[in-house]
Design a protein around this ligand. Structure first.
Ligand code: ADP
Ligand code: MG
Length: 390
């Protein structure tokens, strides 16, 4: 990576402001999924062992620039303390007197979590004054919030302009792995795309068309391509407004693009709907496609055989419903069996791979949904771009 990394900073006794992504689910004042906290531990342990004065910044939810006690990071400090086996201090504001006081009392080796950055309007506005206030707390800045790197906010971008900066270990790992899918990938390179809508992912489709040898498309996204070819998808999710785009992509892609040949259809969009498998030209009136069928699974699995690089974004069906999770699970197994590099991007795709218990068998499962998509599209991530070069 061409950016400076945390291990290239002299952190000893320094005040280090670290942007993490602690946007975790909370229930009744407790963290219900601490995956994102665990993902930050390598950087945090490094700073603690290096006797830094570590100050953590994160957003949580969407408080719209106002204090919302429901979206306080306080419960996160408790859980993080358990994971680090250390008393994580907490300041009830991320700037101003409360933050300054807590920062000034911090000893080497201690960790302080600052309150939700989005309690201030200046965060999302990337207000230079607010960024300056954040920066004034510290001597160094580390960005380990890969999941927020696609947003130019004060704590992810603005603050980096005021302090010597570096990428944390999570950021580094994400960028190094995802870069393999963008720069000089190995071939055969197979991209798998799914999820709900084409319109969310046109940039990713085009990026993969440029880079990959084969594009396997499933999920809701495939419906629009099939509809563009003239199939009647009945009540399936089809985006009429991007049919022309779908046709144009198909023309450019030619043989590269593989679509489902059979579908699992349901008589309602629900967990306990009646369902059956049909060919793509047999979707019954009033029914909708919620998964790819076994014939499609078999042909996609065959296409993955011998792949040197696989990138997957977007589930093959409505995997949240057990009956319609089969296609996604089977494709996850096929990807896990690939001996080449396998990279999973996208929030729901990562959830599906975790749900299938296959995360350990992939080369890399990204922790950032929107950020991994933006990166795979070939976009510059503002949070990364703002960091000092190596
Ligand atoms: P990711 O978060 O991995 O980028 P998306 O958010 O694009 O993935 O897509 C995931 C969503 O797509 C899931 O909620 C899933 O239920 C939905 N989906 C997949 N296939 C279909 C389908 N055939 N019809 C409707 N929704 C679908
Ligand atoms: Mg999603």
């Amino acid at each position: 990576m061409d950016k400076r990394t945390i291990d290239q900073l002299d952190v000893r006794e320094k005040r280090v402001l670290v942007r993490v992504d602690f946007n975790v689910p909370l229930q009744d004042g407790a963290v219900t999924d601490d995956t994102r906290l665990k993902a930050a531990l390598p950087s945090l342990r490094y700073l603690i062992d290096g006797r830094a004065r570590t100050m953590l910044l994160s957003h949580l939810g969407r408080p719209k620039g106002k204090v919302d006690p429901e979206l306080s990071l306080r419960p996160v400090a408790v859980r993080l303390g358990e994971l680090l086996d250390l008393d994580v201090k907490f300041a009830a504001d991320c700037v101003g007197p409360l933050a300054e006081q807590a920062a000034s009392e911090l000893e080497p080796g201690e960790v302080l979590l600052l309150e939700n950055t989005r309690f201030h309007e200046g965060e999302k506005a990337n207000d230079p004054g607010f960024a300056q206030q954040l920066a004034s707390l510290a001597e160094l800045y580390v960005d380990d919030a890969f999941g927020s790197a696609h947003r130019a906010h004060a704590s992810t971008e603005g603050v980096a302009h005021h302090l010597p900066s570096a990428a944390g270990f999570l950021m580094q790992e994400e960028i190094e792995n995802l870069s393999r899918a963008i720069h000089k990938p190995d071939h055969p390179y197979i991209a798998i795309l799914g999820g709900a809508k084409i319109s969310d992912k046109i940039g990713v489709v085009r990026s993969f068309l440029d880079r990959a040898d084969t594009l396997l498309v499933g999920g809701g996204m495939a419906n629009t391509f099939l509809a563009a070819m003239g199939y009647d998808l009945a009540e399936s999710l089809v985006e009429a407004e991007v049919i022309d785009t779908a046709l144009e992509i198909q023309r450019v892609a030619g043989e590269k693009l593989a679509l489902p040949t059979d579908l699992v259809v349901a008589d309602a969009f629900s967990e306990d709907a009646a369902h059956r498998t049909v060919a793509v030209d047999e979707v019954p009136a009033g029914w909708r496609a919620l998964d790819i069928g076994p014939q499609t699974v078999a042909s996609f699995t065959q296409a993955l055989d011998g792949a040197k690089m696989v990138v997957w974004n977007g589930p093959m069906g409505v995997f949240e419903f057990r009956k319609f999770a089969e296609g996604t699970r089977k494709i996850a197994e096929a990807v896990a069996a690939v001996e080449g590099v396998t990279i999973i991007g996208g929030g729901d795709s990562a959830a599906a791979v975790n749900q299938a218990g296959l995360a350990d068998r992939m080369t890399h499962v990204s922790t950032g949904g929107g950020a991994s998509l933006a990166f795979l599209e070939g976009k510059t991530l503002p949070g990364l771009a703002a960091l000092d070069d190596r």
